[in-house]
Design a protein around this ligand. Structure first.
Ligand code: ADP
Ligand code: TRP
Length: 333
């Protein structure tokens, strides 16, 4: 039986990249797999956070998961920090994680690029904690956007090293699941940069909480070149901004990019952007509405998170006892 684990950080608004690259694919997996979806608040504190805002951001992210189709009767939804075994396993895995590899991880490089003072142990350890999130459930598949592939490779390396060291087949080597046309959605202002929560310009991204006017304005202002939509995918290769809008359209419409081109080749971007706006609003508005509705009852979200943590703790706790047994560590009774 395959088991899924994935997660997102509860920092800031979720955006179209998070939705198309990850969240949209999660709901579809719940009927064929046993699914665990966590809100990665331990990862979030690798940069300074306001405690109250952090707790509320976890609720908002959980609401986004549910609004995007996670059925909490089928899937386990929980806050990472409510399951202590994640933080316990990271120590064991840290003994298998080469610093030389951690230093090369792009997320670490991005976050520390600004100052040497930001080179904190927690940031180095970020991908090892992600490995612990996955391995503590012995997950076999991890649906993520393209940018997380590197972290998954490290997870597989660490799991393999553990198995070899103790001569066991304990951890499965988890596979990334990268689905859909939009595994890497780019910024609306710069087609060579990933759409990201941390981009200073709000015009670079569509947030899941943006209303129809904001979505229309952002697509209207999105950078493009002067040429109309081309006939072939090959012609998009040198036009990153045009490519990005076609990719977003394809993912939202559940079409292949080449079919989007067949339907729109020769059109001007001004017209295409209007259609893209209508499509995005029709897909996102129900999610935004559901999120708003769910957030009116935060105690219900808290209840869901507590129930999810109970289920997650039962499995993670059992695995942690087995892991301690393999390593020769002590469990309580
Ligand atoms: P951000 O990069 O905005 O901080 P996260 O790192 O929290 O977002 O990413 C959460 C999930 O969303 C991951 O699975 C990641 O791969 C996916 N994701 C983030 N940005 C994008 C993007 N621009 N395109 C596709 N997927 C993305
Ligand atoms: N590191 C991921 C990101 O920045 C978020 C994350 C935390 C995650 N734990 C995970 C993703 C476990 C997949 C599986 O997007």
């Amino acid at each position: 039986m395959s088991r899924i684990l994935s997660g997102m950080q509860p920092t800031g608004n979720l955006h179209l990249g998070n939705y198309l690259g990850a969240l949209k694919n999660w709901a579809g997996m719940q009927y064929s797999h046993e699914c665990f979806y966590c809100v990665a608040d331990l990862h979030a504190i690798t940069v300074p956070q306001d405690p109250q805002k952090l707790r509320q951001a976890v609720r908002e992210t959980a609401a986004a998961y549910i609004a995007a189709g996670i059925d909490t009767k089928k899937s386990t939804l929980f806050a990472q920090s409510a399951v202590p075994a994640h933080a316990e396993l990271i120590w064991v895995l840290a003994t298998f994680a080469p610093l030389g590899c951690l230093i090369l991880m792009t997320q670490f490089k991005d976050k520390t690029a600004k100052s040497r003072d930001l080179e904190l142990l927690g940031l180095y350890a970020y991908p090892v904690l992600m490995a612990a999130d996955i391995l503590i459930y012995k997950a076999t598949h991890v649906p993520v956007g393209e940018d997380q592939k590197q972290h998954l490779e490290l997870t597989r390396d660490v799991a393999g090293a553990f198995n070899r060291q103790y001569s066991v087949e304990y951890f499965p080597l988890p596979e990334p699941v990268i689905l859909g046309e939009a595994a890497r959605v780019m910024s609306l202002r710069d087609g060579t940069k990933k759409m990201s929560k941390s981009d200073e310009s709000d015009y670079s991204r569509i947030n899941l909480t943006d209303d129809a006017d904001a979505i229309a304005l952002k697509f209207r202002k999105a950078r493009t070149d002067a040429a109309p939509l081309p006939h072939t995918l090959k012609e998009l290769e040198t036009r990153p901004e045009a490519d990005n809008l076609v990719t977003i359209y394809a993912a939202l419409a559940d079409q292949a990019r080449k079919d989007v081109l067949t339907a729109h080749s020769g059109s001007q971007f001004s017209g295409f952007k209007k259609e893209l706006t209508d499509l995005a609003v029709s897909r996102l508005a129900p999610i935004t509405e559901k999120m708003r509705h769910l957030l009116q009852d935060p105690t219900e979200i808290d209840r869901i998170l507590v129930r999810g943590a109970d289920t997650a703790n039962a499995l993670a706790g059992q695995h942690m006892r087995e892991i301690k047994d393999i390593v020769g560590l002590w469990s309580g009774k």
